[in-house]
Design a protein around this ligand. Structure first.
Ligand code: ADP
Ligand code: TRP
Length: 321
């Protein structure tokens, strides 16, 4: 079984990225042959600062390795180190109906908001299809918002197979139910574009301030809160604290007597401790960039070898060879 996923180096990674995609991907690395990559080509659709891209790509590499991606088990690489994927994206684009891409929220949401959209953003799901298909991937662990893109990938692969004969493996998205959508500090989906994120790594004081700044309602501490399970701090706590601890906070909030300040303090402590080990590992990795670069270089070689084989299959099937 081959498992594949990617993450864009378009900003600092947050709890939504971690619980929605990174942690499930890391958990799967021992269940099959895992291919995980830094989607730097994709980041070009929205980030136009070269130095920032370079920095973000390195940060994603450090974050992922610190959080437990094991390069002995998973092939870890930079998307653009396998340029074959852009050739496959072209081939696939000729089988992709415009109407399919017009429906994709990656493009639709931005254009609806009147934000500038470029061709790359419109064609983004086709490049993602190429990412997935070029490694004969079976399983794609992603957050809920990427499900549509995996469905588009399936449609394109089926079309190609119908037009040119069985060539591509049809992938399945894998979405983790309980963390499908991690809420942000304002209760909306946590996303760097909404400015409501809690970062995985960062400066303690600033992050504590973010947590203590979560807005709550005006009920007094003593008032019982029958809707305790809907409380944002409780929801975040259930991700970063042991289940019994989170349940205990929830019960105390429901019964009355637990103030929001104490709840947020508890949330911060558990969040901070949850990533303590990863934080230490990240600092070690940051002091050993040669190692990090060697991991990405070895990953690129492995990924590229496989990509070349699958691309050749597609070139032959479609009459380019
Ligand atoms: P952002 O919304 O911050 O731009 P991305 O779109 O780059 O995040 O998402 C990278 C990965 O993290 C994707 O697999 C996505 O589904 C997952 N992800 C992002 N935000 C969340 C969230 N709030 N809850 C669950 N998964 C998320
Ligand atoms: N579009 C994904 C995101 O924004 C990143 C990505 C690019 C990806 N190619 C992929 C994810 C292939 C899974 C498989 O999060």
């Amino acid at each position: 079984m081959r498992i594949l996923s990617g993450i864009q180096p378009s900003g600092t990674l947050h709890l939504g990225n971690y619980f929605g995609m990174m942690q499930p991907a890391i958990a799967l690395q021992e269940k099959g042959e895992a291919f995980y990559f830094i989607a730097d080509y994709h980041s070009m659709t929205s980030l136009f600062d070269a130095a920032q891209r370079r920095k973000n790509s390195l940060d994603v590499a450090l974050d992922f390795l610190a959080c437990g991606l094991d390069p002995k088990q998973a092939v870890f690489f930079r998307q653009s180190d396998v340029p074959e994927v852009t050739e496959l994206a072209w081939i696939l684009s000729t089988l992709t109906p415009m109407s399919l891409l017009e429906k994709c929220h990656s493009f639709k949401d931005k254009s609806a908001k009147g934000l500038p959209v470029n061709h790359g953003l419109f064609a983004y799901p086709v490049l993602m299809a190429a990412d997935i298909l070029i490694y004969d991937s079976n399983i794609v662990p992603v957050g809920q918002d990427q499900k549509q893109h995996v469905e588009v990938t399936r449609d394109i692969a089926i079309k190609f197979n119908e037009a040119y004969g069985e060539t591509f493996v049809i992938p399945e998205p894998q979405i983790r139910g309980e963390t499908a959508k991690v809420p942000g500090l304002d209760g909306e989906k946590m996303s760097k574009s909404y400015g409501n994120t809690l970062e995985i790594f960062g400066e303690e004081k600033a992050l504590r301030k973010k947590v203590m700044g979560i807005k709550m309602d005006s009920r007094t501490p003593d008032e019982p809160k029958p809707d305790a399970d809907q409380n944002l701090a409780i929801q975040l706590l259930s991700l970063v604290a042991p289940a019994e601890t989170a349940k205990d906070f929830e019960n105390r909030l429901r019964a009355g007597g637990l103030g929001y300040g104490d709840l947020k303090k508890g949330l911060f402590e558990h969040y901070w401790n949850h990533f303590a080990e990863a934080r230490k590992k990240r600092a070690e990795l940051a002091a050993n960039l040669d190692y990090v670069n060697s991991v990405l270089a070895a990953g690129a070689t492995k990924a590229r070898t496989l990509a070349q084989t699958v691309l050749k299959r597609a070139r032959k099937a479609s009459g380019l060879e």
